[in-house]
Design a protein. Structure first.
Length: 190
């Protein structure tokens, strides 16, 4: 018994110190010239601004209870940011569109969402559809024989791209969520 205790005490310094040690955080900063810089220092130290500013809680959306669903894309990105910052897979899964998902597929999706909330978040960016090279059709101008070019339609995002890092805080990781609008709210899909 005494030999076992001494052996365990002798091996204690050999164990990795994971409890108190954390990998450095990677910040995405924007300089005054508009350049993007990734650094482990604070953006202020470089004279730059944070790309993803910290979110301030909204009234009625500060605790476990969420008041309603995300009716704007900015609300949805804020909910994603909150879920990742608190490492709460349940919060992230609450904005997932679960229609027509089998039990086996749901288990797989929860596993993917769990891996997303475990990685540090650097940025959330919209994903737009591919733009065709074809010019829009011309519209006739009343009282004129010359057609007026159609106004360029602003494309709507079809997804959200999460830029993250893996546990070593160096290797980049990317997740793309699809966007769906249903029941008057925005939802994410994989």
């Amino acid at each position: 018994m005494r030999t076992t205790v001494l052996l365990l005490l002798a091996c204690l310094p050999c164990l990795p110190a994971t409890a108190g040690a954390q990998a450095p955080r990677v910040n995405r900063c924007t300089t005054a010239q508009g350049e993007t810089v990734f650094t482990d220092r604070s953006c202020d130290a470089l004279g730059a601004t944070t790309r993803v500013p910290p979110r301030t809680p909204e009234v009625g959306n500060t605790g476990i209870f969420r008041a309603g669903c995300a009716r704007r894309l900015s609300e949805l990105t804020g909910q994603i940011r909150d879920a990742v910052s608190t490492r709460d897979v349940n919060r992230l899964s609450s904005i997932y569109l679960w229609n027509n998902v089998s039990d086996a597929t749901a288990a797989h999706i929860i596993g993917r969402l769990e891996s997303v909330v475990q990685r540090p978040l650097i940025d959330i960016a919209p994903v737009y559809p591919e733009v065709s090279d074809e010019p829009p059709p011309a519209l006739p101008v009343p009282g004129s024989t010359d057609p007026m070019p159609a106004p360029a339609a602003r494309p709507r995002p079809i997804g959200l791209r999460l830029e993250q890092t893996l546990a070593n805080s160096v290797t980049p990781a990317r997740t793309v969520f699809g966007l769906r609008r249903q029941y008057g709210c925005f939802w994410i899909t994989l």
